[in-house]
Design a protein around this ligand. Structure first.
Ligand SMILES: Cc1cc2nc3c(=O)[nH]c(=O)nc-3n(C[C@H](O)[C@H](O)[C@H](O)COP(=O)(O)OP(=O)(O)OC[C@H]3O[C@@H](n4cnc5c(N)ncnc54)[C@H](O)[C@@H]3O)c2cc1C
Ligand code: FES
Length: 278
């Protein structure tokens, strides 16, 4: 059992941070890796990236957006409550290497996934430019941490309520026009990652994206998380979750993510009814 040691609501309560006691996982975790969690015996297996891992304290941090039944159930857990099962670390860690100037683009909850990668790229000696965005100011997360993890931070909101008025891709284009960028990492909603790749294609800059395909076992056996990359089938859980964004079939990924929309809405509706949630 994995005890929740800290619980913090972020982004108007639509996002929750949990620090969890998981010493064996914390000891091995690297930037870019994820865990699969189950709240209880009958709970769904949910993949979430580790936003932090402290091997000395034996603590991992997850930051998740409330989008359906299982994330709403996770939100209901309080300090002292326990997740029944957590497996990990899963997936390949981010390849961290000194390259020169790199740009880290994070959107929405993707900023939480991006934070340890940004810090890792800075620690190995890169000049790191970070660009983070959200729909509106209140939904922006981890601005302070991303400022500390990078050399230069640009903040964008779609509605102009804070920072640059517009999309992260507008600022990315300006940066690519000025700087000699060796690598772009883009993590966020699938349409955002797709448009980041469209921009970087014009500048011929290698781009990594982290794919949030639907997963079940997380160990390469069920085939649920298959994605097409460079015309080949890959499993996001063991071959990824990071891939060369210029090779990813984003249309197929978006279609597969919508495969269970009706069932997910029904399960969330039933859960909200049972728990009398808004
Ligand atoms: C490797 C990986 C890392 C992730 N890291 C984070 C993170 O750090 N923070 C965060 O907020 N979200 C993250 N996600 C997405 C997160 O797993 C889903 O939001 C969550 O599973 C939704 O479950 P639900 O029951 O609340 O919603 P549902 O109503 O069941 O689904 C809502 C949407 O979430 C996706 N989803 C549903 N079930 C799964 C599943 N088993 N596996 C993957 N996606 C699913 C689908 O796109 C679906 O349309 C990650 C996904 C992957 C694959
Ligand atoms: S989640 Fe089953 S193969 Fe990747």
């Amino acid at each position: 059992m994995f005890e929740i040691l800290k619980r913090q609501e972020m982004a108007d309560g639509t996002v929750v941070l949990n620090e969890i006691s998981a010493p064996l996982i914390a000891k091995k975790a690297k930037p870019g890796q994820f865990v699969i969690l189950k709240a209880n015996e009958t709970g769904e297996r949910i993949p979430l990236t580790m936003a932090e891992a402290d091997p000395k304290k034996g603590i991992i941090t997850i930051i998740y957006q409330i989008v359906g039944k299982s994330t709403a159930l996770f939100k209901s857990l309080q300090v002292g409550d326990k997740f029944q099962d957590i497996i990990g670390p899963l997936g390949k860690p981010t390849h961290l290497e000194k390259m020169g100037t790199v740009v880290c683009v994070g959107g929405g909850t993707g900023v939480a996934v991006m934070h340890p990668i940004t810090r890792g790229l800075k620690e190995v000696g890169n000049n790191v430019i970070a660009i983070i965005g959200a729909r509106t100011k209140d939904l922006l997360i981890l601005e302070d941490k991303m400022a500390a993890a990078s050399h230069e931070l640009h903040v964008c909101t779609d509605d102009g309520s804070y920072g640059h008025h517009g999309f992260v891709t507008d600022v990315l284009k300006e940066v690519l026009e000025k700087e000699d960028v060796k690598l772009v990492v883009g993590i966020g909603p699938v349409p955002m990652m797709k448009f980041v790749c469209k921009v970087t294609e014009q500048f011929k800059v290698k781009t990594l994206v982290s794919l949030n395909a639907i997963m079940v076992d997380g160990t390469g056996m069920c085939g649920c998380c298959r994605v097409s990359v460079g015309g080949k089938t890959q499993f996001a859980c063991v071959d990824g979750p990071e891939f060369d964004g210029h090779d990813v079939d984003f249309e197929e990924l978006m279609q597969r993510l919508q495969a269970y929309t009706a069932e997910e809405a029904a399960a969330y509706g039933k859960y909200k009814g049972e728990c009398k949630l808004a």
